[in-house]
Design a protein around this ligand. Structure first.
Ligand code: FES
Ligand SMILES: [Fe+2]
Length: 452
């Protein structure tokens, strides 16, 4: 079937009044073979076990915000499948990560987060310095002195990116900057490290972790699943990119109706769906343009820039494209960390298996917001935890996003159910709009097939 003609994302960037950053101008037009994906990858417990052994032990993962460990002695426990990593800020201010397992008889050394002068096991009291060197044990005559002195806590790799702490259980793994391709280059301008967490919702969902992740790497589902956003979301204009094996992104234009439904909506409707009532008039005042001249993206951009003046200076504001005020610029760092670019609230997602259960996952949604550079960083929001049967709408702080995420969350357990019930044992993916799904599964297959 022939694709109808409509503006591409790059065509929309051609309408910008200021220079478009290189990161947005790249259109990689990836070729990802249209392979069939077998349903086992989401349903087979043996493949889940293989992920535990060969994926989670090898990949870079976001553990928490750097602000969770601001002072010496601060610690934070990051759990993934059967693994647990104890992150610590040492006396020298260094970040370290240890396998969270006592070298005496194995108790987890810490849980949750807090502050501590040393790492003392709550069971028999074996104790380590913050940098992982062995400190002391009760009745030490019971043990070989030389062995005890060498009893340092095994480490994991730790680095930071964008204000996030990233960990890798594999001490031989390539550095995060090499693993993550152009990620840093693209985000220099959007500087997530200069933002604070204005909202963090962690929800349990009854599906394999990949089913949740996949619902956020394509915009194709919006027409059916999120009909209320069609007036301001050009899903069919989306651009899909891949950068090496560990990085991909979707950019979905906002502020315009979806091409297939465009005749249903006026410019004012598209604008006010994003700005709220009165936004269109406000945009005319801010830009000096008439209602006939202004485009919906110009109007929203003007209103958003006026809001951004709270945390950006005028020189910087003058360089901000309309795209960066509103579009969904959503990256995925393989396998499960998804930060948004741009200057609006930067939504960031993470998806983890819930312990060792292949059919259950935990999805994190963070919102990162800016604050004036001459003021102290606001404290990060406390985590809101939602259980399997709770709705996103119960987290009132999500506002309109709550209903949107509930639409996604309603699909996910049903996708799990349908994949398990599948007679054909395989799925189809759209050639362009779902290419990131295939890109992800190609990389996953490489990890699962790798020899030890
Ligand atoms: S298990 Fe940790 S001190 Fe015994
Ligand atoms: Fe969605």
């Amino acid at each position: 079937m022939n694709k109808p003609e409509f503006l591409s994302y790059q065509d929309l960037l051609g309408q910008e009044a200021v220079a478009v950053p290189a990161a947005l101008k790249i259109d990689t037009r990836p070729e990802v073979a249209n392979q069939i994906i077998a349903t086992d990858v989401w349903t087979d417990p043996a493949l889940f076990e293989r992920e535990v052994d060969r994926l989670w032990t090898k990949v870079w993962q976001m553990a928490c915000r750097e602000t969770a460990l601001s002072k010496p002695g601060d610690y934070y426990v990051y759990d993934i499948a059967r693994y647990s990593v104890l992150l610590v800020r040492t006396d020298k201010g260094e970040l370290k990560g240890f396998h969270n397992s006592c070298l005496h008889r194995g108790r987890a050394l810490k849980s949750g987060k807090g502050s501590s002068r040393e790492l003392r096991c709550p069971y028999h009291g074996f104790c380590w310095h913050l940098d992982g060197r062995f400190k002391e044990a009760y009745c030490d005559w019971e043990f070989d002195e030389a062995d005890l002195a060498e009893l340092s806590l095994p480490e994991v790799q730790v680095t930071t990116w964008g204000g996030w702490i990233m960990v890798n259980l594999d001490l031989e793994a390539p550095a995060f900057k090499d693993y993550s391709s152009v990620l840093s280059e693209h985000f220099t301008r959007w500087a997530p490290e200069r933002r604070y967490v204005s909202l963090h919702v962690e929800k349990k969902i009854r599906c394999n972790w990949k089913i949740a992740m996949e619902a956020f790497i394509e915009s194709y589902h919006a027409i059916q699943t999120h009909p209320q956003i069609l007036s301001f979301t050009g899903g069919d204009n989306s651009q899909y990119d891949t950068f090496g094996e560990h990085l991909s992104r979707t950019i979905t234009a906002q502020g315009i109706p979806n091409p297939g439904q465009a005749d249903r909506f006026s410019v004012q409707e598209s604008v006010e769906a994003m700005t709220g009532p009165g936004g269109f008039e406000l945009a005319l005042t801010l830009t000096g343009l008439t209602a006939d001249e202004i485009t919906s993206r110009q109007a929203i951009g003007a209103v958003r820039r006026a809001e951004f003046a709270d945390f950006m200076d005028s020189d910087q504001l003058a360089t901000v494209t309309d795209a960066e005020t509103m579009d969904s610029i959503l990256y995925l760092v393989f396998p499960n960390f998804a930060p948004w670019g741009g200057f609006q609230s930067q939504i960031t997602y993470r998806y983890r298996p819930d312990g060792m259960n292949p059919d259950r996952c935990i999805m994190d949604i963070y919102l990162l917001d800016g604050y004036p550079s001459d003021q102290p960083r606001p404290p990060d929001a406390k985590t809101i935890r939602l259980d399997y049967d709770q709705k996103y709408a119960e987290a009132e702080e999500l506002g309109m996003l709550g209903a949107l995420f509930d639409q996604d969350a309603n699909n996910l357990p049903e996708v799990q159910k349908g994949l398990m019930a599948s007679k054909t044992r395989k799925v189809l993916t759209a050639s362009y709009q779902e290419l990131r799904i295939r890109h992800f599964h190609e990389t996953l297959a490489r990890y699962l097939q790798a020899e030890d």
